[in-house]
Design a protein around this ligand. Sequence first.
Ligand SMILES: *Cc1c(COP(=O)(O)O)cnc(C)c1O
Length: 436
Amino acid sequence: MPDLQLIAAQDSSTHPPVKEVNVGSKREWNVRASPAVGRSRNPIRETLASITANQPSCSKTPINLGLGDPTHYPLHPPPPAAIEAVAKAVIGGGSNGYLNGVGSTEARQAVVDYHGRWDRVKYDISDIVLTHGVGQGLDLLFSVMIPPASVERSNILLPRPGFAQYTALLANLDAEIRYYDCVEEKDWEVDLEMIDTLCDENTRAILVNNPSNPCGSNYSRQALKDILEIADKHKVPIIADEIYGHMTWSSPFTPLASLSTSVPIITLSGLSKRFLVPGWRFGWLCLHDPLGVASSIKSGMQCWGNRFMGPNSLIQSALPSILATEPEWYDEVINKIELLAKIVYQGISDAPGLSTTFPSGAMYSFVKIDTAAFPSIRDDVAFATALYDEQAVFVLPGLCFGMPGYFRIVLGTPSEVMVDVIGRIQEFCDEHSVRD
Ligand SMILES: *Cc1c(COP(=O)(O)O)cnc(C)c1O
């Protein structure tokens, strides 16, 4: 059934007047991209390109700890059952056709079962929309939730430091972006008062990323309950980016939706991180709406999910087997990440001028640079540039996450590579820091 409200919202009368372009009497080419293109940039790719543009001046083998891609070295092979299921889907020949735009019934049922088993949240198939990764899921969801400025003012709350793609995707939409702080001294938990102050009647959503990229944090049950309480007070839904859900070691992961008895939660997850196959481009949205107050978001998700076809049929066909991966397989991966976290934590604690909080989830260490200790280094970008030049180690500066003065290490290499990295970082700090 077409959603009449959505169709009405697309009525041309709500759009701003069209500017006439006078091309003069002589017809000339006037091919131009939208000015909005320049607004939407991905600082991660740009920073990577600019820092690695020149060869390092040292002769060491370059090590890239920049991209959050667990296949880069690789950390661990994907689940064998997943590979087999995809191969079977290819060879079987029965999975080559168009499917429902929001995903096949079987694949969405597999997502319902997966979150029922791991998160203890009960979804209906109609709550699920399959997407080309979480990135496209966010794009779809933002478009559903954010109105054009000509219709209504809106704002959305994002974490700082946080994943740069949120800002890049929102750049073409009309919501004002308001950043709330995650506080290092509190294990990177959110500044609740700040969320409380930033929320107003135009707030469309609070985005929470747990476990966090780049912080490597895993919020306690209580911290999540506190966020829910504020969202409930302001009657604002939460977008929960839980792509690192269950990738934790010091303490168990709590899915936000499992705690909410009122606040609508739209959870995003997928295969890119926990299943170690980001190139498969597969993710999903799940709407948990205990009071049934977000039915327009639900129909919006369905409607926009059908604008173009969901992720490819082969992975959809294999999804029930992929999501049935044995718990032991995840443990092997987590054990490797935890070991890397320990190596980095110890190594960074011993490096003059650097400090870090021990991470408890995701696959990152976020390291603080004591700028006073490095008089010859201007900022985090200069630090990362010099580290690449002198030690051939590439890390992403905190600026890429809205947090200058830090850098992020991806916990995704074999442990001997990480030991090498730490040795190089310590050597770099010994050379550049002023000691007491
Ligand atoms: C890697 C990552 C994603 C995954 O995006 P995909 O499009 O599914 O590959 C989403 N959110 C965060 C915070 C990430 O770090």
